[in-house]
Ligand binder design. Structure first.
Ligand SMILES: C[S@@+](CC[C@H](N)C(=O)[O-])C[C@H]1O[C@@H](n2cnc3c(N)ncnc32)[C@H](O)[C@@H]1O
Length: 210
């Protein structure tokens, strides 16, 4: 997403959404994205599937790889209890700045922390397992970054890993999906959109010692 589009998005949200009302901010981003093709966030259709998965997880410690401007982080905060905290990593400093602006406007700055940096470098700072990890940064990095999370014990038994764009990028994600579906120690299922053109992979880490 180009910086001028990011600025237009922020202006649209600040002009049309209600402060401290995350749902109205999500609606404003959805409305804006209908007029601005090429935006790469989760979006309303996969977002509705995502909401149900995240809500059912009851996760308290959440990590997201790939913040963009915070759309999916806002959706996660809306669907988890008030005690849940979300740490979300974004490589691009302009996007990280924009995301912080939207998260502050939503009043969720105490629950969502945007960390600017490369996912594989930032995740080495953490020392406690996550209940939920949303993988949505760069398809070519999904496998190495997930395996790094596993080796750092940040993904362990019972952790839920949700991955975006697994139908759209199915070919590119072949080794990653093989890891989740066969042999990586996950119980994994695909939730497709109604058109079938894209989907989310929902993978629960099993007891790998058994
Ligand atoms: C598809 S967008 C994320 C969308 C967001 N999760 C949502 O649905 O609202 C991917 C984002 O990951 C960021 N990114 C790419 N490679 C990254 C990396 N190695 N570490 C952290 N962020 C990265 C990009 O700058 C981009 O903003």
């Amino acid at each position: 997403m180009r910086n001028d589009t990011t600025e237009q998005l922020l202006n649209h949200v600040f002009e049309t959404a209600v402060p401290n009302n995350p749902a109205s901010i999500i609606d404003a981003i959805d409305a804006f994205s209908r007029t601005a093709p090429g935006m790469i966030h989760l979006g309303a259709e996969r977002g509705a599937i995502f909401d149900r998965i995240v809500g059912a997880s009851g996760a308290k410690r959440v990590l997201e790889l790939g913040t963009n401007y915070g759309y999916s982080a806002l959706r996660m905060a809306c669907n988890l209890g008030a005690e849940a905290t979300i740490q979300t990593i974004e490589l691009d400093e302009h996007l990280a700045f924009a995301a912080r602006g939207l998260i502050d406007y939503a009043g969720l700055q105490d629950r969502i922390q945007v960390i600017c940096g490369r996912a594989d470098q930032v995740m080495r700072r953490f020392d406690e397992k996550f209940d939920l990890v949303f993988v949505d940064h760069l398809p070519e990095n999904y496998l190495c970054d997930l395996q790094l999370l596993e080796s750092l014990n940040l993904v362990g038994e019972g952790s839920l890993v949700v991955t975006d764009n697994v139908v759209l990028f199915e070919y590119q994600l072949g080794r990653y999906l093989h890891h989740l579906r066969h042999g990586g120690g996950y119980a994994s299922t695909t939730k497709r959109t109604s058109s079938g053109s894209d989907g989310l992979e929902i993978s629960t880490r099993q007891n790998i010692a058994a």
